[in-house]
Design a protein around this ligand. Sequence first.
Ligand SMILES: O=C[C@H](O)COP(=O)(O)O
Length: 260
Amino acid sequence: MQDRFYFGTNTKMFKTAAETVDYLHRLEELTRGIPPERAQRFVIPSYTSLGPARAELDRAGSGILLGAQNMGWEERGQYTGEISPLMLREAGARLVMVGHSERRHTFRETDAEEEKKVRCALDHGFRVLLCVGEQLEDRRYGTGDEVLRVQLKIGLHQVRPEEADRVWVAYEPVWAIGVNGIPADEGYAGEKHRMLRGTMVELFGEAGSRVPLLYGGSVNPENAVALSRCKEIDGLFIGRSAWDAERFADIMRAVLASAA
Ligand SMILES: O=C[C@H](O)COP(=O)(O)O
């Protein structure tokens, strides 16, 4: 765990704009006392929530970082249904998530596409949260490390070491995510994070040792503290257990109290 712990949520295709604003209002109210040097909070809502969410965060003077769930790799063009970096910036996003498991596996995105998105997001001044994760069959065949290394090496192929401070990585084993997910235990997650850290250092030298590595996949109030105690885990990236502001705030408080 680094001195500053990361707490984030992706609300996926849940929460309308109005629901997102209510949620952010409550989350800010509950967590604004947490010193920014101890915790970086971030929320990644639906595209249509971004504008109203930006307005709410600015009104509250909140330090919650606002992110987008995906992004096309061109500023404009014949890409029906895509969203461009210019649109996301205008709507108020400061962070772009790339390569979430559901993008890779439900929408068949490739590592080469994630590479282009990462490059484009950095070119437009965003922070990037690159998600990586192995599938159950990789775990069964013992090929998880290879898969994760390929996802990192291709996804980050065009990132220069001096840009690494704008990159965050979320490790989310595919089998751990969502309603049917089985959370990774801290031993397994810690081992994978050590391997990921080694790869980041291999890619970016000293700068790679500072890239925040977040764990995601069925994080909940019961396992959050144990996961956060892993030296190699710098943050928690949470779905369902963070969509209620009280529950998310309780997780933050418990993790920070255990680190104090
Ligand atoms: O983006 C978040 C992850 O997919 C984790 O979701 P989950 O905590 O509901 O398993």
